[in-house]
Design a binder for this molecule. Structure first.
Ligand code: GLC
Length: 428
C-alpha cells in the first residue's frame, strides 16, 4: 500500500469511530461533555497562505477517498494579523463559509469565548502522543477547542561556513551573539543579525523571546501583568541597543518571517532568528538559495545562557456555524494522524506534534535539526492565553515598535504597556 493510500485508509477508519463516539457525547478533558455534532458532507478548510503548500498535498488523497466529503482549501492572508481579521469578520457575522479553521495557537481563548468554534471530544484524538505544550495551547477553561497540528519555537540560524572560517562556535549568550554579529559579520561583508521587528504579531513574538531570555515575562502564571520589570527592560534594551549599534540589521524593522528569510537566503546575514520551517527551505538547492549547505541551527541565545522562544504553532478547529461538523472532525483526525504528520514534516519541515517523530531515525536523518527544535519547543513559553489577546498583542507590538524606533524610551514604553495590558485584562 502506498504511503498516501495508507494514510487515507487509516483516516477512513477513524471517521467511523469519530462519528460513533462524537454522537455518544463522551467526556472532555475537564469531565465536561462535548455537544453532539451535525452532518456529513463537503467542507471548506481555511488556512493562511503561508501554510497552504503541504495542506494541498494532503487534501488530494482525502478527496479521492471521500467524494461526498470533499475538502476545499480557502486561502487566508500570509501574516497572522490579516488571517485573524478575515476570520473574525466572517465568524462575527455567523457565516458558515469556513468549516475547518487552521488557528494560530494564540487564538484559542478568543474564538472559544466568542462561541465561534465548538468544544471537541478529547478521546477522539491521540493527545497523549502529542507534545504537551502544543496540547495546552488548544485547551481553554479546561476544555479542548482544537487539535494541535504543528508546533513551533524560534531558533537561531547561523552561517556555518563563516563561523568556521572565523574559528568561532555559534553563540550561546547575548554577549557572544552581539560580539560575533558586530565583529565577524563585517569581516565577511555580511550584516549581523535579523529578526521580525515590523509592527505585527511577529514583533510580539520577538519581544517575548527577548524578555523571557532575560528571565522576564509579560504575565505572571497567576495572570498579573509583569511587563514593567528590570528583566523586561533588559530584553527590550538588547534589541534597542543592537539596532543602535547596527549589528541588528535596520531592515528588521520592516521584516516579517518570509522577508527576513529572503535576506538570509541571499547570503547577506550572519544570523537569523526564525521558525523551523526555514531549515527545510535552506536545505533546497536553487539559484536563489545562496546559503545551501551552509546553515547551522542552535537554540536562541539568552542573557546568561540559552534563551527561550515564544511557543508558536497551529491548531485545527471546527466552526460553530459549520453544517458538516462530523466531516470536519474526521478530516482533522486524518490531518493529525501519525502518517499525515510524517508527510507534513517530510514536505515542509514544520515541527510535528507527534512526539515519536522527533526520535524517528529516518526523520532525524532528513532533518538533523529536530533535537534542537524539540528542546526549543519544550523550553518555549506560551503567549498570554487571554480573551483579549489580539488587543493585548497590538498594544505590545506598537509600544515595542515605538521604543525600537526611538519615539519612546524603553522605560516609558514598558510603563505604558503595563497600564494598557492591565486595563485590557480588567475589561476582558
Ligand atoms: C508563526 C507561529 C505563530 C505566530 C506567528 C507570528 O506562524 O506559528 O504562532 O503567531 O508565526 O508571526
Amino acid at each position: 500500500m502506498s504511503m498516501r493510500r495508507a494514510i487515507v485508509a487509516a483516516a477512513t477508519a477513524v471517521v467511523v469511530v469519530s462519528l460513533l463516539l462524537t454522537t455518544a457525547c463522551a467526556s472532555s478533558p475537564s469531565g465536561g461533555t462535548a455537544p453532539p455534532v451535525n452532518g456529513i458532507g463537503p467542507v471548506t478548510f481555511a488556512v493562511g497562505s503561508d501554510d497552504a503548500g503541504f495542506f494541498a498535498t494532503l487534501i488530494q488523497p482525502w478527496n479521492e477517498a471521500h467524494p461526498n466529503q470533499r475538502v476545499t482549501l480557502i486561502l487566508l492572508p500570509e501574516a497572522e494579523n490579516g488571517q485573524l481579521a478575515q476570520l473574525s469578520a466572517n465568524l462575527q457575522a455567523g457565516s458558515s463559509l469556513y468549516d475547518v479553521i487552521a488557528m494560530d495557537v494564540i487564538w484559542t481563548a478568543e474564538f472559544a469565548a466568542a462561541g465561534w468554534i465548538i468544544p471537541l471530544e478529547s478521546s477522539l484524538f491521540p493527545l497523549g502522543d502529542f507534545l504537551r505544550p502544543a496540547v495546552d495551547t488548544a485547551v481553554y477553561n479546561g476544555r479542548l477547542w482544537a487539535v494541535p497540528y504543528y508546533s513551533n519555537a524560534e531558533v537561531l540560524y547561523y552561517r556555518k561556513d563563516i563561523l568556521a572560517r572565523a574559528h568561532t562556535l555559534p553563540p550561546v549568550t547575548w554577549a557572544q551573539l552581539a560580539r560575533q554579529a558586530e565583529t565577524v559579520a563585517p569581516r565577511y561583508g555580511l550584516q549581523g543579525y535579523a529578526g521580525q521587528l515590523a509592527p505585527y504579531e511577529g514583533l510580539t513574538v520577538n519581544f517575548a523571546d527577548a524578555i523571557q531570555s532575560a528571565g522576564g515575562s509579560i504575565l505572571s502564571p497567576a495572570g498579573t501583568v509583569t511587563v514593567d520589570s528590570p528583566q523586561a527592560r533588559q530584553g527590550l534594551d538588547f534589541l534597542i541597543d543592537g539596532l543602535r549599534r547596527g549589528w541588528i540589521a535596520k531592515s528588521s524593522l520592516t521584516d516579517e518571517e518570509e522577508s527576513s528569510w529572503g535576506e538570509f537566503e541571499s547570503g547577506r546575514l550572519l544570523f537569523l532568528n526564525n521558525w523551523p520551517f526555514i531549515y527545510s527551505q535552506a536545505s533546497q538547492p536553487g539559484p536563489v538559495n545562496k546559503v545551501y549547505g551552509k546553515v547551522g541551527v542552535v537554540p536562541l541565545p539568552g542573557l546568561d545562557g540559552p534563551g527561550s522562544s515564544s511557543l508558536g504553532g497551529a491548531n485545527l478547529a471546527v466552526s460553530a456555524f459549520s453544517k458538516h461538523q462530523a466531516t470536519a472532525i474526521a478530516f482533522i483526525q486524518y490531518l493529525t494522524s501519525l502518517p499525515a504528520e510524517r508527510e507534513m514534516l517530510t514536505d515542509s519541515g514544520f515541527p510535528p506534534v507527534w512526539t515519536s517523530l522527533y526520535s524517528d531515525p529516518a526523520m532525524d536523518r532528513l532533518f538533523p535539526y529536530l533535537p534542537v527544535v524539540k528542546r526549543a519547543i519544550l523550553a518555549a513559553q506560551p503567549r498570554p492565553s487571554i480573551v483579549g489577546y489580539d488587543q493585548a498583542s497590538l498594544a505590545i507590538s506598537s509600544a515595542v515598535y515605538q521604543a525600537l524606533t526611538g519615539r519612546k524610551s524603553a522605560r516609558e514604553a514598558l510603563g505604558e504597556l503595563q497600564r494598557q495590558l492591565s486595563q485590557i485584562i480588567r475589561d476582558g
